[in-house]
Design a protein around this ligand. Sequence first.
Ligand code: 5AD
Ligand code: SF4
Length: 480
Amino acid sequence: MKKDQSWVLPSLKDAQKRTKNTSEIKHNEFTLTEEEKTLGNGYTYHVRTYGCQANERDSETMAGILEAMGFTAQEDILKADVVILNTCAIRQNAEDRVIGEIGNLKHQKKKNPNFILAVCGCMAQEEEVVDEILQKHRQVDIIFGTHNIHHLPVLLHQCMQQNKRIVEVLSKEGEVIENLPVSRFGAHKAWVNIMYGCDKFCTYCIVPYTRGKERSRTMEDVLKEVQILKEQGYKEVTLLGQNVNAYGKDLGLEGGFATLLKAVAQIGIPRIRFSTSHPWDFSDAMIETIAEYPNIMPAIHLPVQSGNSEILKLMGRRYTIEEYKTLYDKIKKAIPECTVTTDIIVGFPNETEEQFLQTLEIAEYCKYDNAFTFVYSPRKGTPAARMVDNVPAEEKDQRLARLNEVIHKYARINNEKFENAILEVLCDGPSKRNSEIMSGYSKENKLVNFKALPNTKEGDIVKVKITCVKSFSLDGEEIA
Ligand code: 5AD
Ligand code: SF4
């Protein structure tokens, strides 16, 4: 295949490099030409999101950009003129799902000559994936990465007008662009980016390569966004970053994330959550702040990854299991009602049965409210992928099943504490299974399905008496 000279292809090697320069923050960078403002008139779009909350938030930006260009949303992916797959590269199965979806959309152009398929997000940052798409999936018209979402209008314009394949994936992060449009998917819960990228380089993880170096937004910009959300009637914000605890380091902000968290709490929006915390720089000031402000929700996601210190060292996690336990104890002591959830990987290269048993031990020790558990998936370009691995796949699957048993046991035991309790629930609307039942989340982040009072609607914060406890949800009745 002849390569077009205008292609900008990714390089994981370049993406690994870190410079000391702080990223510039731009407030007026995004503009649309008069032509771009009407390019989408009469056309529809569908953005499908895979993976984490950062991707969800990026998809909201893309939706905002597309709507500013005149496109309208189409819920049915098979009816949309422009489809964007916002992809995740964290594990092989996430990538396989995207490749499957690209396959499903193969014949769309025959049905709709205007059809455009774009692939973006973390997979687009990987050179092998881009190569594979270019060679085998001719139905993909545009490939762009995580660093140039603001360029979407130009890419679409070129594709629509010149009818050619466009690849523009930057390996290095650029500036932080503040004035991007957004079309939020939720009416009462909002994602708020506080920082981008990750500098931790855990040895198994592709994220530091696909999302670039850590760059914080300024406090002023974050606070302004939360203030506006409050004025718009939003009830909950989730502050987002790959590792929120590193917030402000690049800005030299004293007190780091704790300082921001406090200032966000003082705005007085009813509920604040944050995700994700790395145990390494979880400060005492953060714990004190969460304990002090009732609108910071008592629910912490604290990925442990493994219960064995040697494996943690090989993973590049920067803490021992004893240090993790100390942190866990400190959190539970300061905020007894705080629920704790985690991420765990089993079957890291050469993990022994004894080492795995220590992972079961940490799950027993922390009695997690819930956990995302994974079998290790080698990611090309990361240090762990170069380690020779002697653990058979079936063994890894069995370890996952054994771990899940412990996780499920404590999920249920923890939920039993809420039998007959009265919880404050932010109503998300009718439950997926039964329209007479509403569902929502408690402060502790428990999913609650409840019989609502007549006038209760989405976005209300209501009191629910818990009548029945399940492993991963609670049932109840709203009380006046
Ligand atoms: N294999 C399996 N799980 C992974 N995670 C990150 N990289 C990998 C990988 N290569 C998990 C970690 C992380 C979560 C978001 O995904 O547990 O916390
Ligand atoms: Fe990946 Fe580790 Fe960064 Fe999380 S902290 S995104 S696991 S490198």
